[in-house]
Design a protein around this ligand. Structure first.
Ligand SMILES: [Zn+2]
Length: 206
């Protein structure tokens, strides 16, 4: 008695213990076990049927680790500034903000932020603890990052004085702390998460 046809079995996702076929139909291969004349899956995986040898196996799903793709955007957190012109980034998610299985090392050089940085420091654009969106420039780790695309930049930063999250103020290039009033410079992404209402500079009639 056949449980399922070959067409139904091949490529099927199965759970451990799931009956696949009888020992009369196939020879047990990898990832299966025999129980009272039935071949059952021994692991979660995909059924493979070798018609030549009449062998049935369950292959584990290969958990392909995703890598940041060259040319795509990623999200990361700046964790160190070892030199005035270089920031180190821990990349944690792709451009859809889907997290990777782990972290990837990224490096952001000042020439990948500003066309003519002159005497400026990378600190003028990012600081440790900042969440950034950046574009991947290389195919292997450590990934070289760029923040020159219009969507790239800091997406969330915290106040250097009091640690509160900083807000973007429409019309201003600076970020402000609503808690202590501190203002800070960053390369701010248009995707920056927190926006404050514009401050009133004058009282009516003053
Ligand atoms: Zn503050």
């Amino acid at each position: 008695m056949a449980l399922r046809s070959i067409e139904e079995l091949a490529g099927r996702r199965v759970f451990p213990g799931e009956p696949l076929c009888t020992v009369e139909e196939f020879i047990p291969g990898d990832g299966v076990y025999v129980d009272d004349g039935l071949i059952r899956a021994a692991r979660f995986g995909r059924v493979e049927v070798d018609m030549a040898s009449r062998r049935i196996s369950v292959k584990p799903f290969s958990a392909k680790p995703r890598l940041p793709r060259r040319g795509s955007a990623v999200y990361g957190i700046v964790y160190a500034v070892p030199r005035e012109e270089l920031a180190l980034v821990r990349i944690f998610a792709d451009e859809r903000m889907v997290p990777y299985n782990g972290f990837f090392s990224g490096a952001l050089h000042i020439v990948q932020v500003a066309d003519s940085p002159g005497e400026r420091s990378i600190y003028d654009y990012v600081k440790p603890g900042d969440y950034i969106r950046a574009t991947v420039m290389s195919s292997t780790p450590p990934f070289m990052l760029s923040m020159k695309k219009s969507q790239d930049g800091v997406v969330l930063a915290y106040c250097s004085v009091c640690g509160a999250p900083l807000y973007r103020v429409p019309g201003s290039p600076r970020l402000v702390c609503l808690h202590c009033g501190n203002e800070e410079d960053r390369r701010v992404s248009p995707l920056y998460i927190l926006t404050a209402r514009r401050k009133r500079r004058h009282n009516a009639g003053a």
